[in-house]
Each structure stands twice: as structure tokens, then as C-alpha cells.
Design a protein around this ligand. Structure first.
Ligand code: GLN
Length: 548
């Protein structure tokens, strides 16, 4: 029988409910319990697949091809387990299910209403993973308490709290305790109001986690406990941390996991085993080297747009005991004139995934620079497609080579719409999504890195390498080193004569976790480290004369 933890948020958005949920899950997992996390988002889109990154950050893709909220990425990175379609539910999906059932006649004769029909469907989905053998299911409710959209979700939590035995569920409320510089004081009033709002909706929190810039004094904790009607030990301080990966340890110091276990009446647990986690943190905190990696994209002002890539760099950096300084470079502003100046100080270059025309030529120029200067290059999805176009134009001499996504009339469509995509017009959930197999070619860099014959990676795209050009590319020195065994789609391209030049049609960043960093990222950072060392060696006159 699973037990349930619900996580709600108050005062403001962006307090890090996802990180707190993932950290709590990590601690419970480290104590030997089987834990999973799911997120309920109150917006009406059926999934975030059609949202642009300005609206909602990165769209995270699961093994089974669900396009989900980026918090699921944190869950996977922290827990080292896969999530699925069932782990992210939106208002849109709930209503879609209820309306489809209504059309089928499931409610014949009755009026379909928010309570009970919508709330019943929310509850059904909240409990769904409970039957998968988990000890604990953590459910994060997106949005902030008091939002109109989140009302049915909070109502569903109220009903579950009422229906289940006391020890089978708990509610954790995350709030902000702001520090007023002028008054030199932490203020508890916003927390009091937010708990009051939640109580008005019928849900009483068992634990209050307070985001704060300053430590919470015992008096502040007492005040929050008293006014919010929780035990003082259940007022938890979540101070700003230098990295999100510190948060599980901070929560352990606050005994958040033990308080949950007590409330849920779970007595069978071990001492937490966080050995691997701590090893990773040590390496992260005390790097021996540093590399500058250029991230070429068009959403560079948004931290969340390339979330999984940035986190994969953190994992790979720690593996290499090397700090990764990501230099965000806006592809729209790269030109022939400034490309050397913009990329000249880099030790590695990653061209990001993306859609549409904006910033494309800048990405192609960046790839050319990396190819010609033997700068380690890593292209992901659109980034891989750009490396193919660059090679076609500048090495094969096909001057107008392009992707039909950007130029439908090109006479050299080296990147073309996949056959199965040609009939599709609807936009939601219709890309090539989720895990597909890829066979690696003997003697390739990819095979050396993965050290496997067949791999499985996650996809999210409509366009692909046009196999009609494959022979020409291979003759000219670009190798298709990974292909789908069934369809023959090219999943990896590389340049064997370059120290590190690899483009992948899939998204390796989605599978990098703290405990198993992605090998492509690890080796890319390693190659960048070597490049940096080589650069420094040439700059050092002493070393140069020794070499002669
Ligand atoms: N727009 C490209 C395609 O659909 C690349 C997608 C991506 O980078 N995720 O194929």
C-alpha cells in the first residue's frame, strides 16, 4: 500500500517546489523506500509540448514519449529512475478525459460537473502510481495556492486527505519568508496568509517548508508553528543553496525525511545511503580545471530553456573534476565578421536544439568555426542538423543546402521532413517522440564513447537527415555513425578526422543524472579540457621551445 505526500506552494511561484519534492524523494529513496514523483499542472494545454520556452522553459521528454514539465527532469536526475506519461497531468488532460467519457455516454442522464467528475478524475490519476509497487508517491501541485486554476486540484487533495487514514497521507506547503533589509527582519505574514488561504480551501498542511535568504531563528519557527497550526519541528528552513544538488543534504539536516516518515507511520527504513551523491558534490565543489563551453541557442536569456543541457554539463563537469563555465551565445547575433571574436576563447561548442528559422545562419557559422578550428563540437537535434547543412554547403559545395523546415524550396534538402510526418497536420504530441534504438558503427567515436553496439535514446523532432545524400557525405568525410536499426534513420553524424565532432538527432541531455552522467557529455567535456590544455601549451613559450 502506497502512502501519499502532496506538495503545494504559496506566496509566489518559482520557489522550487520541484527541487524540494525531488530532494525529499531522494532522501526517502536513500533510506531504502521505493519513491516516485508526479506533477499536476493547472494549465489547460493538454501537455507543454506546444508551449514555447518563454512560457514554460524546456519541454522534457520521457522514455514513453510524453512531453512534460521540466520538473520531471529534476525528478529523474535526482532519483535516477524513469518517469512516464502518468507522471505529468494537466487540467487539459483531465478535462479531455472527462469530456471524451461524456461523449461516449459514460454519464448518461447526469450533469457533468467540476465536483465530482473533474475532481474524481484528478483523484484517480493522483492515486494511479500507488498501484505500481511504490511505498511513497509524491505529488507536486503546480501553481500557487489561491490561483483559480488550481482550485479543483486542492479540492481533490482535500478529499483524499479526508478519505485516507491519517497516516497514509500528508501535505507539505512551501512558502517564502522574505527578509526586509530596511527592517532587518524576516517576515512571516505572507506564510501565515498563504496557509490561511490553503485552510480556507479545506486543506491543512502538516509541514511548512520556508524558502529564506537568512536562517530561521527558533522564535520565527515558533511563530510560524503557532500561527499556522503545525508542530514546531515541522517548520523547515530551506535556505538559498549554492547548487540545487545541496538541497537534499540541507533537507536531511532539517530532518524533513524523518518528520515525513513519522507522520506516515513508516518505521521500516535504513540510515540514508548518500555515498554516491556526496562524492559527486565533492567533485562539483572542488574542481581542478575549468573549461569555457559556448552554448549556441536562441533562448539564451532564459535559464530554463536549456535546463537539461545545463544540468548535464554539471554532471559531466563533476566527472571530469572540472568546472564548466557556460558562455551563452545568441545565434541571431553571430556573423562572419564577429564569429572568431565570439567563439575565439571557447574550449568547446554546443549547438542547441530548436525549431524554426530564427538564428539559423548564426548556428551554421558557429559549426563551421568549430569544424575548421578543431574546436570540440557537440550538436543536439537541430544542432546536429545544422552540422549536416554546414558540411553540405562548405565541403560538398551544395551552396543552397538547407532543411525544408527553414527553406521548403531548397534544391538540396539535406534535412527533410520524415516520411511518417508528411501526412500529419495536428501539432500536439505528433512529433517522433520518446526512446528509439540506434545501432553504432564499428570504429566510430560514438561506439568508443558508449562502448555498446545498440543504444536507446530519446527523441523529439519531425525532420531528419536525408538518406538520399548519405553516400555523398560519407565520401566527403562525414560519417553516419549511428542509425536506427529498423528505419535506417541517421541518428549520429561525426567527423573522424576532427578531434571531437559529433552531432546527435536525439536528446542525450534528458538521460544524464547525478549518479549516471551521460557519456557523450562526459567525453565532450574531457575533449574540451584537452583542447584547453593544448591551447595553453601553445601559448606558453617555455613549453613551445621544449617541444622543438
Ligand atoms: N526542428 C527540428 C526538427 O523538428 C529539430 C527539433 C529539435 O531540435 N528538438 O526536426
Amino acid at each position: 500500500m502506497a502512502k501519499y505526500i502532496f506538495v503545494t506552494g504559496g506566496v509566489t511561484s518559482s520557489l522550487g517546489k520541484g527541487i524540494i519534492s525531488a530532494s525529499l524523494a531522494k532522501l526517502l529513496q536513500a533510506r531504502g523506500l521505493r519513491v516516485t514523483i508526479q506533477k499536476f499542472d493547472p494549465y489547460i494545454n493538454v501537455d507543454p509540448g506546444t508551449l514555447n520556452p518563454y512560457e514554460h522553459g524546456e519541454c522534457y521528454v520521457t522514455e514513453d514519449g510524453a512531453e512534460t514539465d521540466l520538473d520531471l527532469g529534476h525528478y529523474e536526475r535526482f532519483l535516477n529512475i524513469y518517469t512516464s506519461q502518468a507522471n505529468n497531468v494537466t487540467t487539459g488532460r483531465i478535462y479531455q478525459t472527462v469530456i471524451n467519457k461524456e461523449r461516449e455516454g459514460a454519464y448518461l442522464g447526469r450533469t457533468v460537473q467540476v465536483i465530482p467528475h473533474i475532481t474524481d478524475e484528478i483523484k484517480r490519476r493522483m492515486m494511479l502510481l500507488g498501484s505500481d509497487g511504490y511505498d511513497i508517491v509524491i505529488t507536486e501541485i503546480g501553481g500557487t495556492v489561491g490561483d483559480i486554476e488550481s482550485l479543483p486540484f486542492i479540492e481533490a487533495v482535500r478529499q483524499i486527505q479526508w478519505e485516507l487514514p491519517d497516516e497514509d497521507c500528508l501535505v507539505l506547503h512551501l512558502t517564502l519568508v522574505p527578509y526586509l533589509r530596511a527592517a532587518k527582519e524576516l517576515k512571516t505574514k505572507p506564510t501565515q496568509h498563504s496557509v490561511k488561504l490553503l485552510s480556507q480551501e479545506g486543506v491543512h498542511p502538516d509541514i511548512i517548508v520556508c524558502r529564506t535568504e537568512k536562517p530561521l531563528s527558533p522564535e520565527i519557527r515558533r511563530k510560524i508553528a503557532l500561527f499556522c497550526n503545525v508542530k514546531q519541528e515541522a517548520v523547515i528552513e530551506a535556505a538559498d543553496a549554492p547548487t540545487i544538488y545541496e538541497v537534499p543534504l540541507a533537507m536531511m539536516r532539517e530532518k524533513l525525511d524523518l518528520i515525513c516518515l513519522k507522520k506516515l507511520d513508516i518505521s521500516q527504513y535504513n540510515e540514508p545511503d548518500l555515498t554516491k551523491w556526496k562524492e559527486f558534490l565533492d567533485k562539483l565543489k572542488y574542481p581542478k580545471n575549468k573549461v569555457n563551453i559556448g552554448l549556441i541557442g536562441k533562448y539564451i536569456e532564459l535559464q530554463d530553456a536549456y535546463k537539461s543541457i545545463l544540468e548535464a554539463f554539471v554532471h559531466a563537469g563533476a566527472m571530469n573534476e572540472c568546472s564548466v563555465n557556460v558562455v551563452n551565445i545568441h545565434s541571431e547575433f553571430i556573423s562572419e565578421e564577429n564569429v572568431s571574436e565570439k567563439l575565439g576563447n571557447l574550449d568547446g561548442l554546443l549547438v542547441a536544439p530548436g525549431f524554426g528559422h530564427r538564428g539559423i545562419e548564426g548556428k551554421i557559422l558557429a559549426v563551421k568555426y568549430a569544424r575548421e578550428h578543431r574546436l570540440p563540437f557537440f550538436g543536439i537535434c537541430l544542432g546536429m542538423q545544422m552540422s549536416v547543412i554546414e558540411y553540405a554547403r562548405n565541403v560538398l559545395g551544395l551552396k543552397d543546402a538547407h532543411s525544408t523546415e527553414m527553406n521548403p524550396d531548397t534544391s538540396n534538402p539535406v534535412i527533410d521532413l520524415m516520411e511518417e510526418q508528411k501526412k500529419i497536420t495536428a501539432k500536439g504530441g505528433t512529433m517522433r517522440l520518446g526512446a528509439y534504438l540506434c545501432e553504432l558503427r564499428d570504429g566510430s567515436l560514438a561506439k568508443k564513447i558508449y562502448n555498446q553496439d545498440i543504444i536507446s535514446e530519446r527523441h523529439r523532432h519531425r525532420w531528419e537527415f536525408n538518406n538520399a545524400y548519405l553516400e555523398k557525405f560519407e565520401q566527403a568525410g562525414m560519417m553516419a555513425s549511428g542509425r536506427n536499426p529498423g528505419s535506417g534513420l541517421v541518428e549520429i553524424v561525426e567527423l573522424p578526422k576532427h578531434p571531437f565532432f559529433i552531432g546527435v538527432q536525439y536528446h542525450p541531455e534528458l538521460k544524464s543524472t547525478v549518479e549516471s552522467p551521460h557519456p557523450l557529455f562526459v567525453r565532450f567535456i574531457e575533449a574540451s579540457k584537452n583542447f584547453a590544455e593544448g591551447k595553453n601549451a601553445v601559448k606558453n613559450p617555455l613549453l613551445q621551445s621544449e617541444m622543438i
